[in-house]
Design a protein around this ligand. Structure first.
Ligand code: PLP
Length: 421
């Protein structure tokens, strides 16, 4: 469920008409709904009720500070994967004790910064990383709380580029080697080994892979406890999928996911962390764009938009499907025809949809890409010297531009010409 609905024939974001927003912001832009963000965070928080837990939003999905602050004010923690995200979360007011640092390649500078902030936990992915964290923590007279990410060798049954839990993926340590690695970690002076971490992939549309992975984590918890480790926290990762097309897809609900967690690891008495990204923000965001031209090709019509692959790369990168809907509600029963929906970038890969059945659209019409909140703005670039597009946050009948559109000068002036030219 989201808060982007037609009202009086015009799509609204909560109580704000998109045409009003366009008049002020111009196109293209991303628009997020506070009510949807709140609702989705609450669904996860409620799903884990009765167990000590922290929902750590995986901020790589959408990292605007206004989104982080909205979620932080509800009590969310953050899962960060870089020094930049750590700085951003901190700037948005997220306290260190609610920040979990994940990722396979944390640099020494990033580890140092995280320890200085007193973060909640490092999710560690290799033995060299354990050694680095221990050494840096010791040099600061600190002990770093660590969970070790295990790779359970489970098929997440998702797109290959976003599956992370098979042994051929670069993530985590093989679960079969976990006992040895935990023993090594326990002997390192700068570490407090508190838990186990697992994350098997993104956009999972079934619960079975989670179940298989969490059962392995539960077994490992008992084994490690028997070895003398005080395992008291389990980080179960993110990855729950969302419906990208209305009607025919129904990924599992957070409450069923929560029940699965209780069933598989609830008896262990551990504090539970989860790291959802996409499900919190995916359907809380849309991309609004304008039709520049409708071009008749030999055997098809092209809808050429002012948004492009640099603004939303998911269709070209992951063959992702996004519903594309007109901002002005079409008449009931209006005829549809097939369009290839494309952007202006000089690559054939700059295609959002092929042979998409849409009601008639004309130059100047507005369209919205639904479910564009996750892995949209954060993956955008300035390819073709196209400015990063604005982000807008709606709150009831109010909205604010939370990232402004840069000018060409802002972009061009970042280059410097060396003295010999
Ligand atoms: C990407 C990622 C997530 C979030 O995945 P979603 O599919 O957006 O929920 C959580 N944890 C880790 C370690 C990740 O890399």
């Amino acid at each position: 469920m989201d808060h982007f609905l037609y009202r009086d024939g015009v799509m609204h974001a909560e109580d704000v008409s998109l045409t009003d927003m366009v008049a002020q912001v111009g196109t293209p832009f991303y628009c997020y709904s506070t009510a949807t963000l709140t609702r989705h965070f609450q669904l996860f928080d409620d799903a884990l009720a009765g167990m000590p837990h922290l929902v750590c939003y995986a901020m790589k999905a959408a990292s605007n500070q206004a989104i982080l602050k909205t979620l932080g004010d509800l009590g969310a923690g953050m899962d960060v994967v870089s020094g930049g995200e750590l700085a951003r979360a901190t700037a948005a007011g997220i306290p260190g004790d609610r920040i979990v640092f994940s990722g396979v390649g944390k640099t020494h500078e990033e580890i140092h910064a995280a320890l200085s902030l007193g973060i909640r936990q490092f999710n560690v992915e290799s033995e060299p990383e354990l050694r680095a964290i221990s050494e840096i923590a010791s040099s600061l007279d600190a002990r770093a709380a660590v969970a070790i990410r295990v790779n359970p060798d489970v098929d997440a049954k998702t797109h290959a580029k976003i599956a992370t839990g098979k042994s051929e993926n670069k993530f985590g340590i093989p679960i079969a080697r976990a006992r040895d690695v935990y023993a090594e970690a326990a002997a390192m002076p700068g570490l407090d080994v508190i838990g186990i971490d697992v994350h098997i992939g993104s956009q999972l549309t079934q619960l079975d892979p989670f179940e298989a992975a969490y059962k392995k984590v539960a077994e490992l918890t008992e084994v490690l406890r028997a070895d003398g480790h005080d395992i008291r926290r389990l980080d179960l990762g993110g990855g729950l999928g969302i419906p990208y097309s209305q009607g025919n897809e129904a990924p599992p609900l957070p409450k069923d996911y929560g029940a699965l967690i209780k069933r598989t690891v609830g008896h262990l008495g551990c504090e539970i962390e989860i790291e959802p990204g996409r499900l919190i923000v995916g359907n809380a965001g849309i991309l609004v764009s304008r039709v520049i031209y409708v071009k008749s090709g030999q055997d098809r019509d092209f809808l050429i938009l002012d948004a492009a692959m640099n603004d939303l790369i998911r269709p070209s990168m992951y063959d992702a499907y996004h519903d594309i809907v007109p901002v002005i509600q079409p008449a009931v029963g209006a005829e549809r025809s097939a369009y290839d929906v494309v952007g202006p970038v000089c690559e054939s890969g700059d295609t959002f949809a092929k042979a998409r059945q849409l009601t008639a659209l004309h130059e100047g019409d507005l369209v919205a890409f639904r479910s564009a909140g996750a892995y949209g703005a954060v993956m955008s670039s300035e390819y073709n010297t196209r400015p990063l597009i604005p982000e807008v946050l709606v709150h009831g009948s109010e909205f604010a531009v939370v990232r402004a559109r840069p000018s060409f000068d802002d972009i061009i002036n970042r280059d410097t010409i060396p003295y010999w030219l």
